[in-house]
Design a protein around this ligand. Structure first.
Ligand SMILES: Cc1cc2nc3c(=O)[nH]c(=O)nc-3n(C[C@H](O)[C@H](O)[C@H](O)COP(=O)(O)OP(=O)(O)OC[C@H]3O[C@@H](n4cnc5c(N)ncnc54)[C@H](O)[C@@H]3O)c2cc1C
Length: 506
């Protein structure tokens, strides 16, 4: 029998011999960690998780400094998709969950015409669901409001073809809603160019609403009037408080990745070791690693960005590699700035603001982190997080940290009037970190998955395919792990149990 993690053959040279492990997971971000944890929960402890960098968590990175909790990458997850919240509960982190603040502290603002406007109450991403607040708002001009109101008369689109976010919003609600709200808000979530972003692969509910009701406004009104079905809102049904729309953890999201790592046996984990290539070896896969060793496995999970996965599978299937490379990534940056509360005149009551590209500013958004979540800054301070770059201004995100901090400070001086010197400043550059769900994404992913079906035992998890949010990534890992566990239960594995067969001479 194979012992997990054992170098086979006595008298071996560990640089040349292969170590047998049933499953190799490449990438120790949230997707890879969720895969490993689920495999283990399914009783499959014979895996090795490989992480190229010296730390676990991938884009999840939380830092504690002088009473501030700074998130370098993601700062929260949406609760409507339940995978993240359920994972936190499975890890015993329930008492650490912290919902985004509600009421005034949930308001989003939009920078337009030299001032911040509060998002009209009742806006559901792109469409108004309440008439009066929308009509009263000074954000949208009267012609813009009238054009949005005409939405009820716009016929349904014919056919099922993919349509860009921009094309859809322009067609149904007009240019102004696209420019001031839908583009920066919905495109911003994906750091995307709304002209290229596939609505079908990002916000399909709007297409469904158009199809079903013939109009978003009519669909929204019906939805607002519909009584809440207990089975549709389980948490609200039994008198329990409905969870906030966004959740984080009191000590930052890294608590989640740290808790996962703590539950995985150290012998299954390798950091600071990159996968270089995957090839066939007898009936298994051979994974060459940057320390000169290699692993043999029945299943390989690629929880890496798709362009990294492309390089790894190049030898196995160059056409698959090409398809994986066709998913574009863009660069972003975040700058966290802490200020003394007394030095910021703005009340900062809200979740933050977004900036339409047409305003010509150099930032795309700013979260008022210490208002959005508790436990982010000392009592007498505030914490703000500025977003830079994305598909429409990638070059700005590629500057060095000092330049990013300077840029963020200059923009906050104009927008919020903050001239004070920050008590804390940290910039994070995220080079080619945001996968783009461009027009045709669904078909692109379907083609990738068809190619993969010819390589049994290879699996994909992560942000590039079926959603980039933390719950999507966790769900992708769970799905893959369950498929692997089921495959082994069914005995479909090509795994052989004779130790003599896996020594590799490179
Ligand atoms: C600035 C920013 C803010 C975001 N904010 C949010 C948010 O608030 N909420 C939300 O839900 N989502 C957010 N996201 C998206 C979310 O953070 C990511 O989609 C998610 O964390 C990706 O997880 P992953 O495990 O798939 O990939 P990653 O976190 O990228 O992990 C992949 C891992 O693979 C490793 N790796 C790469 N190559 C190799 C190799 N050859 N061998 C071994 N290991 C390798 C990497 O080092 C990395 O650790 C944000 C993203 C960014 C960039």
């Amino acid at each position: 029998m194979w012992a997990r993690g054992m170098i086979v053959q006595g008298n071996h040279d560990s640089k040349r011999d292969g170590t047998m492990t049933k499953t190799v997971i490449v990438g120790g971000g949230i997707s890879g960690l969720a895969t490993a944890f689920t495999l283990q929960e399914c009783g499959r402890t014979d895996y090795t998780l490989i992480e190229g960098s010296p730390r676990w968590g991938g884009k999840i990175t939380s830092v504690h400094e002088n009473g501030f909790t700074i998130e370098g990458g993601p700062d929260s997850f949406i609760t409507q998709k339940t995978a993240a919240i359920e994972l936190c509960k499975r890890l015993g982190l329930e008492d650490q969950l912290s919902g985004s603040n509600s009421g005034k502290n949930a308001a989003t603002y939009i920078w337009s015409g030299g001032r911040l406007h509060r998002m009209p109450e009742g806006m559901m991403l792109m469409a108004p669901t309440m008439v009066l607040p929308f009509l009263r708002s000074r954000l949208i001009s009267w012609p813009g409001k009238m054009r949005a109101g005409l939405e009820v008369f716009i016929p349904r689109a014919r056919g099922d073809g993919d349509e860009s976010l921009a094309g859809f919003v322009r067609r149904r609600l007009g240019n102004e809603l696209l420019d001031k709200i839908a583009g920066p808000l919905m495109g911003g979530i994906y750091a995307a160019d709304p002209e290229r972003m596939s609505l079908k692969s990002t916000f399909p509910m709007f297409l469904e609403m158009e199809k079903k009701h013939g109009s978003l406004l009519r669909g929204m009104m019906k939805r607002a009037k519909r009584p809440v079905k207990p089975e549709a809102e389980p948490r609200a049904a039994h008198g329990a408080k409905r969870p906030s729309m966004f959740m984080s953890l009191r000590g930052g999201l890294q608590q989640l990745s740290d808790a996962l790592v703590a539950r995985l046996p150290g012998t299954n984990l390798r950091t600071g070791c990159r996968a270089l290539a995957v090839s066939h070896y007898a009936e298994r896969y051979r994974i060459d690693l940057s320390d000169g060793s290699c692993l043999l496995a029945d299943d390989v999970v690629f929880a890496t960005p798709s362009f990294v996965t492309a390089d790894l599978v190049e030898q196995l299937d160059p056409a698959l590699a090409e398809r994986l490379r066709s998913i574009r990534y863009v660069s972003t940056a975040t700058v966290s700035l802490g200020f003394r509360r007394s030095e910021v005149a703005h009340p900062l009551q809200g979740a933050g603001f977004i900036v339409p590209p047409s305003e010509g500013r150099r930032i795309t958004a700013c979260s008022w982190s210490s208002a959005k979540f508790n436990h982010r800054a000392p009592e007498d301070c505030v914490l703000l997080r500025v977003f830079i770059g994305g598909a429409l201004a990638e070059d700005l995100a590629e500057q060095d940290e000092a330049a990013l901090v300077q840029l963020a400070r200059e923009e906050l001086q104009v927008i919020l009037g903050i001239a004070a010197t920050p008590v804390l400043a940290r910039a994070y550059r995220w080079s080619k970190a945001n996968p783009q769900y461009d027009l045709g994404h669904e078909e692109r992913v379907a083609e990738i998955e068809r190619s993969l079906a010819n390589l049994p035992g290879l699996h994909l998890a992560g942000a590039a395919y079926h959603g980039p949010g933390i719950p999507d990534c966790i769900q992708s890992g769970i799905k893959v792990a369950e498929a692997i566990a089921a495959r082994h239960v069914r005995g479909e594995s090509s795994c052989r149990s004779d130790a003599s067969s896996v020594c590799i001479e490179s």
